[in-house]
Design a protein around this ligand. Structure first.
Ligand code: GDP
Ligand code: IMO
Ligand code: MG
Length: 426
């Protein structure tokens, strides 16, 4: 087994990473989340019990697996406390095998407030979890890191300075009165911190010194990456493989022998604003949304839906140097007489097959479709390749040919056992 495995989103998030990481992490010693925060919602269904992981790496659900929240994450300590208590209430003890980086940033109550304010003006439809403002403070060099929580004086001074700054933005830019009672800082940060005090370590050092098998779990997806995604309709971290080194604090050399797989849906969804060339609307969209259960795992928002976009998927393959794709939710396409896939964009008389950086092009291009025949048979829950309908196989082959890397695994339902391998992957 390869010692390092990276599983990340190849589209706009919600590709089914949680389900896949749960399955694949069973044979790993350590699992790591390295970017994002509680904007993520990774669903796992184990023997009918549903878990939605927001901040914790999914692999921690396995009894032997050590979980790491690495330095690239922004952590809402109260949300983390609730997430752990929820899991432990289901009988799975995990806190003693969790480590949090001393360099990870803390999401403060006023970050969430700013997220709300920023959304009022040209919002991008964020999850309102304070993610953008927490990263903004990090890059302004005004953030609060886990290490700062150990020194009361440093912490209090920094928070006071932060509050003055937020007050100015709220009142001068948005004309809104801003007051924050210290009791919120106490409730949402200081109290939960007591629970994690002895879990905070230098996680990069831990990973360097423990020569064990490690699975890295991306949050969001490549098209939401701050640099490689549909900027500015993106999240505020590098959610592609570009975030691995800075997110973990490990040199790129560390990842030279890692295998990297992208999880992609057999169709496409996005939550929040931003370009979506293959989006469908009306009744057609309604049907797909219902069939796929496309409602956000974090915010409950209905997800926008559309056809698989191979221009965007190829971009993901290239950006991440993917070793292959793990295709999920194939079962949702069962029964469609025809299935469309986008093979190019047309804009101003020009055909694009490279994913454009320009928002103008992405927003106004017309997708060029190839229509493939669908299949009547059910693929729901199949675990045997011989049960794969002929036209489903053709669909997969068409995708593979376009993107140039194999589909290594198929997911055919939300439950842990509903999958099949097409290639050996680790
Ligand atoms: P993540 O953020 O990438 O982990 O994905 P989410 O958990 O936000 O959304 C994926 C949804 O699809 C969840 O409700 C999963 O339980 C469900 N799911 C995952 N794989 C499959 C699959 O192969 N088929 C079906 N029908 N549902 C799936
Ligand atoms: P997982 O890990 C889907 C989207 C938001 C919004 C944009 C910015 O479950 O795949 P943010 O709160 O990050 O500042 O919002 O990114 N977004 C996600 N969409 N899945 C996610 O996570 C997402 N996390 C953020 O909807 O458009
Ligand atoms: Mg999700």
């Amino acid at each position: 087994m390869s010692k390092k495995l990276v599983i990340l989103g190849a589209q706009w998030g919600d590709e089914g990473k949680g389900k896949i990481v749960d399955l694949l992490s069973e044979k790993f010693d350590i699992s790591v989340r390295y970017q994002g925060g509680s904007n993520a919602g990774h669903t796992v269904v184990i023997e009918g019990v549903k878990y939605i992981m927001h901040l914790l790496p999914t692999g921690i659900l396995h009894p032997h697996n050590v979980g790491i929240i690495a330095q690239g994450m922004v952590v809402d300590l109260k949300a983390l406390q609730e997430e752990i208590e929820d899991i432990e209430a289901k009988g799975n003890k995990i806190l003693h095998k969790l480590y949090i980086s001393d360099r990870a940033h803390v999401v403060m109550p006023y970050h969430k407030l700013l997220d709300k304010l920023f959304e009022k003006k040209n919002g991008v439809g964020t999850t309102l979890r304070g993610i953008g403002p927490a990263y903004m403070f990090k890059f302004m060099r005004k953030g609060i890191r886990m290490a700062d929580l150990f020194d009361k004086k440093v912490f209090e001074n920094r928070v006071k300075e932060n509050i003055e700054f937020v007050k100015d933005i709220a009142e001068k830019v948005f004309g809104e009165k801003f007051e924050i009672d210290w009791k919120y800082i106490d409730e949402e940060v200081i109290k939960p911190f007591q629970m994690f005090k002895d879990r905070i370590i230098d996680t990069a050092k831990y990973l360097r010194e423990n020569n064990k098998s490690v699975i890295f779990e991306g949050a969001q997806g490549t098209l939401l990456d701050i640099d490689m995604g549909t900027y500015p309709f993106v999240t505020s971290s590098n959610s592609s493989a570009l975030g691995l080194a800075n997110g973990t604090g490990l040199s790129p050399k560390y990842f030279s022998d890692a295998k990297i797989y992208g999880v992609a849906k057999a169709y496409l969804t996005r939550v929040g604003g931003g370009p979506f060339p293959t989006e469908i609307f009306g009744e057609e969209a309604e049907i797909l949304r219902e069939k796929g259960g496309e409602y956000g795992a974090t915010t409950g928002r209905p997800r926008r839906v559309g056809w698989l976009d191979l221009v965007a998927l190829k971009h993901s393959v290239d950006v991440n140097a993917l070793d292959g794709i793990i295709l999920t939710k194939l079962d949702v396409l069962d029964g469609y007489p025809e299935i469309k896939v986008c093979v190019g964009y047309e804009y101003n008389g020009k055909v694009y097959t490279d994913f454009p950086a320009s928002l103008e092009v992405l927003e106004n291009c017309k997708p060029i479709y190839k229509t493939l025949p669908g299949w009547k048979e059910s693929t729901k829950g199949i675990t045997d390749i011989s049960k794969l309908p002929e036209n489903a196989r053709r669909y997969l082959e068409f995708i593979e040919k376009y993107i140039g890397v194999p589909i290594v695994m198929l997911s055919t339902g939300p439950q842990r056992h509903e999958y099949l391998f097409l290639k050996e992957i680790v």
